[in-house]
Design a protein around this ligand. Structure first.
Ligand SMILES: Cc1ncc(COP(=O)(O)O)c(C=O)c1O
Length: 451
């Protein structure tokens, strides 16, 4: 296999050779059911052989258009040649020493990049981990150590992971939390400034949500007990909820006034997904601590916690780490992915995706009453589906039917939302405009058939 094989020789077009899933995928899926724990679900049981650009090729030879990026991970495209090359070199040099035992330069280079690229010009430090949930866990550890306070405030519709603490931070019960308690203590939940569903309407959303946030934290938690407020600048699994403009900046300011660490969870929104390096920038917000993962390393598992030097360095030596955190192969992939994002200006690519996708979806919303809201930024766009526009009644069955129709026609789509009624689109930032438009044609046909 040449380096080019994976990414470059996949023709960037949709091809359906069998029904989806095809017979080989079905046979593999039968093996999955016999061998893999049922709790590990599968959105679309096509089994993947290769992927690159905006295309995923399955074992039956079908070529599907990718509007999922493995849940916002392969922003530079799968098996990007630069990532492949750097990983190959690193694997040949060494695969693991454990940074806590005998360190290596690749970890430092990723930390330096994160310190440079995350919002704010203050002095920063970074620690690397394996997954988003692990990064969030560590951000909370650091905030508690720094402040000496126990409480953490999270939002309605939040998603922060599947470990015990991050389940506690996550809002939605099914499937993430059901039956998995008891959860970590000292987590408090407040309403999100969710413009579409704010009871008095989007205009008053930022002000009222901020007042409610302040009042709830004051009355039920106490500012002096609060270590951190954690928020996704655009909520991911919660349904691509873009907080009302100004809300995040006011929360961040209030945290600063009260000695509380403002943590931005940019695990899904980071690395140019929303058209800038980090989504906080759209709101002019500089977080004290920022968590990253997903798009950071072109598909290899890596996560980071980056924050103000005085916060990060409040932890004693040996208090942070893990056997694999900042694995050299993952770091090499991250350096290649970051270089690619810069060289190919994928922030501009994300904005171009928005400029094609948003108007098409808005036009659909004019045609179909089932679309209650179109929202998002860059290459992170969603439609919220309702069975009654006035009452905004969630339509999860329609959402599932639309997604299934897209899958059948060769488009990988994901759903989201606390009520399971959000169809979300996360194409790789390198997707061609032609594939993007073809994918949107499929979405349009799905609406014609189901809505
Ligand atoms: C905002 C956010 N935080 C945390 C996580 C958890 O990341 P991981 O699945 O890598 O543990 C996710 C994953 O979807 C996420 O979107």
């Amino acid at each position: 296999m040449t380096i080019e094989r994976a990414a470059m020789t996949i023709e960037q077009r949709r091809v359906l050779t069998t029904a989806i899933p095809g017979p080989r995928s079905q046979a593999l899926h039968a093996r999955k059911q016999a061998a893999v724990a049922r709790g590990v679900g599968t959105t679309l049981p096509i089994y993947v052989e290769r992927a690159g650009g905006g295309i995923v090729v399955d074992v039956d030879g079908n070529q599907l258009i990718d509007f999922g990026s493995g849940i916002a991970v392969t922003s530079v495209g799968n098996a990007h040649p630069r990532v492949v090359e750097r990983v190959r070199e690193q694997v040949a040099d060494f695969t693991h020493t454990c940074f806590m035992v005998t360190p290596y330069e690749e970890y430092l280079a990723v930390a330096e990049k994160l310190n440079e690229l995350t919002p704010g010009t203050h002095e920063k430090r970074t620690a690397l981990f394996n997954s988003g949930a692990e990064a969030v866990e560590n951000a909370i550890k650091i905030a508690r150590r720094h402040t000496g306070r126990p409480a953490v405030v999270a939002f309605d519709h939040a998603y922060h992971g599947r470990t015990n603490l991050t389940m506690a931070l996550t809002a939605k019960n099914m499937p993430y939390k059901d039956g998995f308690g008891p959860f970590a203590s000292e987590i408090y939940r407040v309403p999100m400034a969710y413009p579409y569903r704010w009871p008095t309407g989007p205009q008053r959303c930022a002000d009222e949500a901020f007042d409610e946030f302040v009042s709830l934290v004051h009355a039920q938690v106490g500012e002096s007990n609060t270590a951190a407020v954690i928020v996704e600048p655009i909520q991911g699994e919660g349904g691509f909820v873009v907080p009302a403009p100004g809300f995040l900046a006011r929360v961040a300011q209030w945290c600063a006034e009260n000695g509380i660490v403002f943590v931005a969870d940019e695990i899904q929104t980071g690395f140019c997904r929303t058209g800038d390096w980090f989504a906080c920038t759209h709101e002019g917000v500089v977080p004290d601590v920022i968590t990253t993962a997903k798009g950071i390393a072109g598909g290899l598992p890596l996560a980071g916690v980056t924050g103000r030097a005085e916060i990060m360095d409040s932890v004693h030596t040996g208090g942070l780490g893990g056997t694999y955190g900042g694995n050299p192969v993952a770091c090499a992939a991250a350096l290649a992915a970051i270089e690619t994002i810069q060289a190919e200006d994928l922030a501009a690519a994300a904005r171009r995706i928005e400029s094609i996708m948003f108007p098409r979806l808005q036009a659909l919303a004019e045609k179909y009453d089932a679309i209650g809201d179109v929202r998002g930024r860059g290459a992170m766009i969603a439609v919220e589906l309702v069975s009654d526009r006035a009452a905004k009644t969630p339509a999860p069955a329609l959402t599932a039917a639309l997604s299934a129709a897209c899958h059948r026609d060769g488009l990988i789509t994901l759903t989201a939302g606390t009520f399971g009624n959000v169809l979300r689109f996360l194409p790789p930032l390198v997707i061609s405009p032609e594939l993007l438009r073809e994918g949107l044609d499929i979405v349009e046909s799905a609406f014609a058939e189901n809505a």
